[in-house]
Design a protein around this ligand. Structure first.
Ligand code: GLA
Length: 387
């Protein structure tokens, strides 16, 4: 939908007139540095050129009227800025969660609004929830004139997840959605929020995203469990080394200290975090030097670690990664994002992309009965007002 169509969509549902504004925030793909943000390590995501759009007009009362162009049958849903309530499974939680977080910071949202949402992120697993949080944060900042930077907005999105929705995610997705830049990935230190933009120029190759189209449920409960396992490993390690977070340890320090970790499962989780941190730093270096062989190998190692040590994949993703790695011109392939479904990223030589699509789709269908969706990664800009 272009801007005129978005506005027309809004007006059809909520009527014309008044100060109607439009906003956009993108989804994200993470290249490497998986499950590191809550371990205070480095991550390397980029923003997509697809995301969530919000068209909004303030109301004179305190009501929120929500309408999603993606779920028109739900009709207009209602909320109230003075009574933010989590509703089971509703997409409106991401909107209300951000209002909750902004209010918690001491800002007063004293008017309700009509809110028309349209999302075009393909499939699940590319952070459409972070895109929703950032688009709403961007809208609230603009309409109410709050002094919030894009990083503050990202933090409010994370707070919405942690404090309102109950998903104990890190900052990566919201940061990428708020701060993304076309043609760049963000090398982000999640311990300090220092970041650098790294040009995504892969000479002769493209980054290919493949969606497993595996409906993933229970992601947040698995996810929260991994977070606790890392925390338990950290508590054990703290008895023998002076650290605050797992990602502070070098692999050597980890090898010397790891016998302090009681539970073998927690040990495997901590191993992933420590080695993934090292891989991520090396991968960024390799990309800067256009050493795609090293970059791809690190992606493979990351994927194997997610599969065997972090236990964050599923048979469908394993099949997709295995088939991708068999193809000609593939430097590396791995699961990306939270896990247990969702997407893979692969580095593929341009001349081999057509065969990659054909062969991987066919083999994946044969092995899982599912159709995957395969496309070239297109990056885009972070959250902003569009009209
Ligand atoms: C989800 C979370 C992020 C991050 C990734 C895994 O996308 O929202 O904070 O932890 O999983 O890297």
């Amino acid at each position: 939908m272009n801007n005129a169509e978005l506005k027309e969509g809004f007006c059809k549902v909520f009527g014309t007139g008044g100060d109607i504004r439009g906003y956009f925030a993108p989804g994200r793909v993470n290249l490497i540095g998986e499950h590191l943000d809550y371990n205070r390590g480095h991550v390397f995501p980029c923003a997509l050129n697809t995301g969530n759009y919000a068209v909004v007009r303030l109301r004179d009362d305190k009501k929120i009227h929500f309408f999603s162009a993606n779920y028109p049958r739900l009709g207009i849903l209602e909320g109230d800025v003075d009574a933010l309530v989590k509703k089971n499974g509703s997409w409106t939680n991401y909107v209300e969660g951000v209002l909750f977080a902004i209010r918690e910071k001491g800002y007063v949202v004293d008017r309700g609004f009509d809110c028309y949402i349209y999302g075009n992120i393909p499939g699940s697993g590319l952070s459409s929830s972070a895109a929703m949080e950032v688009v709403i944060g961007t809208m609230v900042k603009d309409f109410f004139g709050f002094d919030l930077t894009p990083i503050d907005i990202a933090l409010c999105g994370q707070r919405a997840e942690n404090g309102f929705i109950g998903m104990n995610c890190g900052i990566m997705d919201q940061f990428a959605s708020a701060m993304g830049k076309t043609g760049k990935a963000i090398f982000l230190d999640t311990a300090t929020l220092e970041y650098e933009y790294v040009p995504l120029e892969l000479k002769g190759c493209k980054i290919i995203v493949a969606n497993s189209n595996k409906p993933h449920s229970l992601v947040s409960s698995h996810y929260n469990e991994r977070r606790q396992e890392c925390e338990r490993a950290l508590q054990d390690l703290k008895k023998v080394v002076d650290i605050h977070n797992l990602c502070e340890l070098t692999p050597e320090q980890f090898e010397n200290a790891k016998s302090a970790i009681q539970d073998p499962v927690c040990l495997a989780r901590a191993k992933h975090a420590v080695y993934e941190e090292e891989r991520t730093k090396k991968a960024v270096l390799a990309l800067r030097e256009n050493d795609l062989v090293t970059f791809g190998t690190l992606l493979n190692e990351s994927g194997d670690s997610l599969r065997y040590d972090y236990d964050a994949t599923c048979p469908e993703i394993d099949a997709l990664v295995e088939e991708a790695r068999k193809q000609k011109g593939v430097y590396g392939s791995r699961e990306t994002g939270g896990g247990w479904g969702g997407n893979t990223v692969s580095i593929v030589r341009e001349e081999n992309i057509a065969d990659f699509r054909k062969n991987v789709s066919k083999a994946y269908k044969e092995r899982t009965g599912l159709n995957c969706s395969i496309y070239e990664l297109e990056t885009g800009e972070g959250g902003r007002r569009i009209f």
